[in-house]
Design a protein around this ligand. Sequence first.
Ligand SMILES: Cc1ncc(COP(=O)(O)O)c(C=O)c1O
Length: 442
Amino acid sequence: MPEGTAAGLARKPTAYAASRMLPTRTQLSQAYPIASSVDADGRLQLGGCDALALAREFGTPAYIVAEDDLRARAQTFVEAFRARTKDFDVLFASKAFPCTAVAKVLAGEGLGCDVASGGELALALRGGFDPARIYLHGNAKSLVELHEARAAGVGHVVIDNADEIERLEAVVGDEEPQRVLLRVTPDVRGETNDKISTGQADSKFGFSMADAPAAIARLRASAQLDLAGLHMHIGSQILELDPFRRAIEAIADLGDFSTYNLGGGLGVAYTAAHQPPRIGDYVAAKIETANRVLGPGKRLLEEPGRALVANSTVTLYTVQSVKHNVSRWVAVDGGMSDNLRPMLYGAVYEAQIADRFGGGTPSRLTGKHCESGDVIVRDVELADPRVGDIVVTPATGAYGYAMASNYNGVPRPPVIFVSGGDARVVVRRETYDDLGSRDVDG
Ligand SMILES: Cc1ncc(COP(=O)(O)O)c(C=O)c1O
């Protein structure tokens, strides 16, 4: 797959790509996984599996993950770093898709991991990540979570605030010092939704540029904590490279460190209209800027979430009703319980009928939940939508499963991996029994 294609995957043969031919996205927008196409009968194929057959076998709604896509993007990140620097690590920001099977694939591709809670830490360990290459984040880490991190042998804790410094020192006590990074907010904003912007001075995350020097001095004087360097993450779904460059420039004055974690944030194509930078260009921009302003030979860490997993996955739904008043409301069997992003921050998606790609009928693709805001795609053209049709929304791999809920008592969907014509359930569908499984009496 040429690097010029929209998903930005490398042309250079990877270990994976050299051993197998990657299918292309015939007639599909860049939002779809690389291992997908529309066949001669106009039916969507995902990882060599027919989408309608997947819907029949596993039911809907269902998250369908093209395993090859996950692997290829992980390899592209690693190779982009390897080609430009010796000392680096690529960490999966597991909040984007906190699923054991996804963790196993990405750990298998040689990635480390970023976790933002004790629960994500447990999943990362279950997924096989090396504890020494796990970074514990969080702006409100509890004492219990810090003890869990120590017990697991987590390599680095990313310090977010002054209270945490005291708490972690108490946890370490007389034992081996804990390596830490200090999270700073460079006061640089990327062009993205306010709710996923974190680099501005008035952020709930990290130390401001004004407060960082005192925190650095405090950590350097600590007997329990060993400061390896700085961390920053300016936000998510950022489609331009300049904010990443400016953020690295901004932290250069904070001192000289061996390690810099430059966060994640690379945006992806949710629709054909989005043109994200290629992974290689994004990595090059970060490394070139770091070498220039932080000095050569630094250990550079990258924490991609969305850019690793978003486009690997599509969600399949079944149309339950089609109603025409002012608009045409095409209602499916999922919605905000499996993809909260459109409701939470106005995220836009594409949708198609899985065996009739095209358009023609202006529609609102709506969920089944008791909220007027439960609209998955506000303005979409579907090809004469009818009850029973299978609808697909691509690019649902990031923060979809992660933010899923049981609102309206809807069981959460299964996660199905597809590759080379095979499909396997890696997370089963929830049952009604699961809904009551935490009840203590009655
Ligand atoms: C600290 C940190 N690192 C990495 C990420 C991953 O960001 P993205 O999914 O945009 O790559 C996030 C996302 O919120 C984050 O908070």
